[in-house]
Write a protein that binds this ligand. Structure first.
Ligand SMILES: *Cc1c(COP(=O)(O)O)cnc(C)c1O
Length: 385
């Protein structure tokens, strides 16, 4: 069945007892055993909980994996995945990484002896030269955020398999509606479901999907042992959001393409980073492995002095941290999402003080353009340009 149909029907046929079309919230942590040695399949909610199970099965199905795991946030999902590794292990990680993931690796995992090297994961020579005897996995974000660097997942996953490394992909920005990394050879997919999957800026959640018996069993053990699981109410809210994912992603993409194209031609803008635009270096790789583009992109103003007034003058677009929801949000990565990444690394990849990230929402593209246009005009007036 097509993904649109599977999304629209999440949980709708999972309650044969009442026929509830919207799968119920099972607000119970304990489950009665019929007798010694018998279980309904549910014992204690950290291990398995009915509403969460429906979400987890849907996640596994949508990402073409074997098992799904719902976590209390995207960071919790990454923490569970990183718990696969032991003292002395090393990871190869995409350079322009989400700031929270960088912080988890450098401030926490490093204390447990798990180290990481940050490389352009689309550069096979760089990957090979940074690989060590103790390297255990490659963690890819594609496209990255905010610079939207695209990695050829199939190429990296094939190389990783040869070297006996796991391939982990953070698929937050594209969602399974546009890109399914497991079909391209990845072993593990991670999501901040807080973003497009939830889609309404109202639920914090993470997902892990695994492919393969061993990695699925290992993650199941860690998910239950660590306990960073998603509660029944949030599981329900996430499924509620996911039912409309196909419609929302199409609109996010259309709006983002319209706004990015307009900004590319704006005289006050130096560069627009969005793989949907033909000039983007990742344009072809993106089209080859994904069926569409995310709803966020970044742009660099020519003059850093315009940033502060732009953020002050936007009205419809909110100056807020996050992405992937119905409401448009503008972020200043250098001081918000990427503040934990050292200045040298940030500037080396281009996250400087002129860069803004735009999570284009579901408002009408004309209204968004007008809002941004008046904010840029006001900013130019203020700096006297
Ligand atoms: C937001 C985000 C995360 C972290 O997820 P939370 O749900 O905020 O914990 C991880 N990776 C990416 C790419 C993100 O955008």
């Amino acid at each position: 069945m097509k993904i649109e149909s599977r999304l629209a029907q999440i949980g709708s046929q999972n309650d044969p007892v009442t026929g509830a079309v919207s799968f119920p919230i099972y607000q119970s942590t304990a489950f009665r055993h019929p007798r010694l040695g018998k279980s309904t399949g549910f014992d204690y909610a950290r291990t398995k909980s009915p509403t969460r199970t429906v979400l987890e099965e849907a996640a596994a199905d949508l990402e073409s994996g074997d098992a799904g795991f719902a976590c209390s946030s995207g960071m919790a999902a990454l923490q569970v995945v990183f718990a696969l590794f032991s003292q002395g292990d090393h990871l190869l990680v995409s350079l322009d990484l989400y700031g929270g993931t960088y912080r988890l690796l450098e401030k926490i995992m490093a204390r447990f002896g798990v180290t990481a090297s940050y490389v352009d994961t689309n550069d096979m020579d760089a990957l090979e030269s940074r690989r060590k005897p103790n390297t255990k996995a490659v963690l890819i974000e594609t496209p990255t955020n905010p610079l939207m660097m695209v990695t050829d997942v199939a190429k990296v996953a094939a190389w990783a398999k040869q070297k006996d490394l796991l391939t982990i992909v953070d698929n937050t920005l594209l969602t399974p509606f546009f890109q399914r990394p497991i079909e391209l050879g990845a072993d593990i997919v991670v999501h901040s479901a807080t973003k497009y999957l939830g889609g309404h800026n109202d639920v914090l959640a993470g997902l892990i999907v695994t492919k393969g018996e061993k990695v699925s069993a290992d993650i199941a053990f860690l998910h239950n042992s660590i306990g960073a699981v998603l509660g029944p109410q949030d599981s329900w809210l996430l499924m509620r959001g996911m039912k409309t994912l196909a419609l929302r992603m199409e609109r996010h993409q259309a709006n983002a393409t319209a706004l990015a194209t307009w900004l590319k031609a704006h005289p006050a803008v130096e560069e627009v980073y969005y793989p949907a635009l033909p000039h983007h270096p990742g344009h072809e790789a993106q089209n080859a492995q994904s069926s569409g583009n995310t709803g966020i992109f970044s742009f660099k103003m020519k003059d850093a002095r315009t940033i502060e007034p732009i953020l002050r003058h936007i009205k419809l677009i909110a100056f807020a941290e996050s992405l992937g929801g119905t409401e448009s949000l503008m972020t200043y990565p250098a001081v918000q999402t990427h503040a934990d990444i050292p200045l040298e690394i940030r500037e080396a990849v281009g996250v400087d003080d002129r860069l803004l990230r735009f999570s284009v929402g579901l408002e009408h593209a004309d209204d968004l353009r007008q809002d941004l246009e008046q904010a840029i005009d006001e900013a130019l007036r203020e700096i006297g340009g």
